[in-house]
Design a binder for this molecule. Structure first.
Ligand SMILES: [Zn+2]
Length: 544
């Protein structure tokens, strides 16, 4: 049952952006660094949106500030129908644009000179796409709370932020900072990313001005509207005092005050393993939403019912999954792997999900010890399909297999065994968050960094786990004092050592594609492969 539910969720997750279908021109316009994107570097967005809950209608503008890198006159902005661009303005002049599906190409009048900082403001409006199954198949969720008041949220990973606001909708170029001004009917509150700077009233409406002072990826920006209650506390962390703020519906206030005590435990565990929370200046928030949850930067959204587990279930089947709130822990871990270190192309989404799924185990490691973590991570193997590679096709906005979650976590768990040095492993995880602080990265950068720091050439290791579907099969046979062994189902040059227990003692063996033999000093009675290594094994029995 557990497994079945998880598979359904993963399948739904793939509908939005991982589904197998032929690639179109729209995929390329969305998923590649087109010439109309490449010539300018994003500096700042000021997104203004007015939300009309009764009409399910939005209108507003986004001012895009950018630096000219090379001379060009045509600038691409993405916005998905049914939303429409009403007008585009630069320096007070209205500009022409042509549209190709979700991509809009603006003709700039003013010559764009290298090094210049310019602004263009895109006005838009319409009835945004409604989320069919948030957050996987996202858009706007228009719900009501228990008292019948509007309860509204956005989610858009994969689908793209252009489903609800106009922007440069490719992950490679993160904006350096962002202002978000959301206008709602009085009696409702908007909670977006970063810090609330001020509120302004105009008759029956109120505008909430939020400000994010750090780089933020497109899908990380969000608005959440409801009749929220706020409570908060201060966490004394590695970089000083960090405000923890919580926004929940009135009807859940008491439950939230108990459940969100885990936030401090989360922060303690992840600062230990990954280094300081990456957005002290913006604070940390948990915001209740009418869907399961999402890693929105500095305003992590939460809809797990104030219960431990994944909607009350343990994804590992070991019991450990019920000792923590899956959404609180998982989505918050994304602040390090997704929001701090961000993929440039969604094909490399493992950088977000493998480390974050692995982080669930590290949370347990910190609070309950190494064995708890190992049991949990090994338990999550029941969710792995080995159906297709974890890395997806590049430049078409398509992610790879859902195995990026738990196969990826088990790959990292295996890597820790190879290092045999937990402090070194922790320094690599922290090092990643320092080296790629507030940056967008490719898988190659992450792979090279780990190889360099571990002093192990992990090229074949990553090729095996990220770029092919099957896992290594260790075949072995016992003959007196001898054990013969080899790998099958492996990529070229794969030669990962493995630990085996022979007659109650652990030994390293060094299998490759060709048969090798290890001779022990006594008759081999019992033999066991270390479960911490994510491989398959098969004992062959010889016919004498
Ligand atoms: Zn995730």
């Amino acid at each position: 049952m557990k497994k079945k539910i998880w598979i359904i969720l993963l399948t739904l997750g793939l509908q939005g952006f991982g589904q197998e279908r032929a690639f179109t021109e729209q995929d390329t316009l969305r998923g590649s660094i087109t010439p109309q994107r490449a010539w300018w570097d994003l500096n700042f967005y000021h997104l203004k949106v007015q939300v009309d809950p009764d009409e399910k209608f939005i209108s507003g503008s986004n001012t895009v500030r950018y630096t000219v890198l090379t001379e060009a006159q045509e600038l691409q902005i993405d916005l998905q129908p049914p939303l429409v661009i009403d007008k585009v303005i630069q320096d007070g002049k209205t500009l022409n644009f042509r549209s190709n599906g979700n991509a809009h190409f603006i003709d700039l009048i003013k010559p764009q000179q290298i090094g210049e900082i310019n602004e263009v403001t895109v006005h838009y409006s319409g009835h945004p796409r409604e989320a069919k199954n948030a957050p996987w198949d996202g858009g706007f969720s228009w719900k009501r709370d228990g008292a019948g008041k509007p309860f509204i949220a956005t989610s858009c990973q994969g689908l793209g932020a252009s489903v609800w606001w106009p922007n440069k909708d490719h992950m490679y170029d993160e904006v350096d900072s962002m202002a978000i001004s959301v206008t709602v009917p009085k009696g409702l509150m908007d909670v977006s990313n970063g810090k609330l700077r001020k509120m302004e009233d105009h008759g029956e409406i109120r505008t909430y001005h939020w400000y994010v002072s750090n780089p933020i990826n497109n899908y990380g920006a969000n608005l959440n509207i409801g009749d929220y209650q706020h409570f908060g506390e201060t966490y004394h962390g590695e970089k000083g005092d960090l405000p923890l703020d919580y926004y929940v519906l009135k009807e859940h206030l008491e439950q939230a005050k108990i459940q969100f005590k885990q936030t401090r435990k989360m922060m303690e565990a992840f600062e230990h393993w990954f280094g300081p929370y990456p957005f002290y200046e913006d604070g940390f928030k948990l915001v209740e939403v009418p869907y399961l949850g999402m890693e929105h930067q500095s305003s992590v959204t939460y809809g797990n019912g104030f219960k431990n587990g994944y909607l009350g279930r343990d994804l590992s089947g070991t019991g450990w999954g019920l000792t923590f709130d899956f959404i609180l822990i998982h989505e918050s871990a994304h602040e390090w792997f997704a929001n701090n270190i961000t993929y440039r192309d969604i094909a490399d989404m493992w950088i977000h999900e493998s480390f974050t799924s692995y982080a669930e185990g590290l949370y347990l490691d910190y609070h309950y010890g190494k064995n708890a973590a190992a049991e949990y991570t090994i338990g999550t193997r029941a969710n792995i399909n080995n159906d297709r590679p974890i890395i997806g096709p590049y430049d078409v906005n398509r992610s790879g297999s859902g195995d990026m979650y738990y196969k990826g976590a088990n790959m990292l768990h295996t890597l820790r065994q190879l290092l045999e040095d937990d402090e070194k492993w922790r320094s690599i995880l922290r090092g990643l968050n320092e080296e790629f602080y507030h940056r967008t990265v490719s898988t190659q950068q992450i792979e090279n960094y780990i190889s360099k720091r571990s002093k192990i050439d992990l090229t074949a290791f990553f090729n095996q786990y990220l770029r092919t579907a099957p896992i290594p099969m260790l075949q072995y046979e016992v003959d007196g004092k001898q054990v013969r062994f080899r790998y099958t189902d492996i990529v070229d040059d794969f030669d990962m050592p493995v630990k085996i227990k022979v007659n109650q003692n652990w030994h390293w063996i060094y299998p490759m594609a060709d048969w090798k033999t290890k001779v022990f000093d006594k008759e081999v009675g019992s033999i066991e492969i270390d479960k911490n290594f994510y491989i398959a094994s098969q004992k062959l029995v010889r016919n004498h």
